[in-house]
Design a protein around this ligand. Structure first.
Ligand SMILES: *Cc1c(COP(=O)(O)O)cnc(C)c1O
Length: 222
């Protein structure tokens, strides 16, 4: 028998609590984003019944086809966009998401600022940093992160809540999490979105405030 989504959520929550204690951090200081990409709306029902409210999607279109009826029924759902954002999707992203983790260039910052004014909505924003300088990966290079966070405020009037990273799959994640935490301290932002199914406990040790866990909750994506 496979473990159920409820059992997986309980197990992950217990591991988060243990990692918080181990790191000497306050209980509840880490928030769990259940990454629901590729899983259908029906699979969200057991997670919602278990009390899970933060969900992560990596594609705007998929989220639009899945979440509006669920959000209508459960208004305290908090939707997080964790995938790359194109500026021509800024309108939909601002309309649907409560938190956007993937601000990584001037054009996106400008598009988000314009939509936030137009819609009078204020999603919380994270800047994605490409800590491994991987060419195929989104995110601003670490050396440009501080000036980019500053320009989001000075040029676009955007308050940045935190930083986000996805370490290279074939490297130990610790140094990447440490770098992101250092950049966040220097930038004066409080939140750190880092850690996935395979490494969220390490991320918590390095100060993660938001962990993004998919397969360990919903199962493999095939
Ligand atoms: C898919 C995804 C996750 C979750 O990955 P798992 O290994 O399934 O936990 C986290 N963050 C981002 C940006 C993702 O795209």
């Amino acid at each position: 028998m496979h473990a159920t989504v409820e059992q997986n959520l309980a197990a992950i929550s217990a591991r988060i609590a243990a990692a918080e204690t181990e790191a000497g951090r306050a209980p509840g200081s880490v928030r769990l984003i259940a990454v629901s990409k590729t899983f259908p709306a029906a699979d969200m029902l057991p997670a919602l019944a278990a009390g899970q409210r933060l969900f992560g999607e990596n594609r705007v279109q998929e989220a639009e086809s899945k979440w509006p009826p669920l959000v209508a029924a459960t208004p305290d759902i908090e939707l997080h966009l964790i995938g790359p954002l194109q500026s021509n999707k800024a309108r939909e992203a601002v309309a649907l998401f409560d938190v956007i983790h993937t601000v990584d260039r001037e054009k996106i910052a400008a598009a988000l600022a314009a939509e936030m004014r137009r819609q009078d909505r204020r999603p919380r924003l994270f800047v994605q940093v490409n800590t491994g300088l991987e060419p195929q990966k989104a995110g601003i290079p670490p050396r440009e992160a501080l000036s980019f966070v500053a320009r989001c405020g000075s040029e676009h009037g955007l308050a940045i809540a935190g930083l986000m990273c996805i370490p290279p799959a074939d490297e130990a994640p610790g140094p990447h999490f440490a770098l992101l935490a250092k950049l966040a301290r220097e930038a004066g932002v409080e939140s750190l979105s880092m850690g996935m199914s395979a490494d969220f406990e390490t991320a918590i040790a390095f100060g993660a405030t938001h962990v993004r866990v998919g397969s360990a909750i919903f199962g493999g994506r095939g």
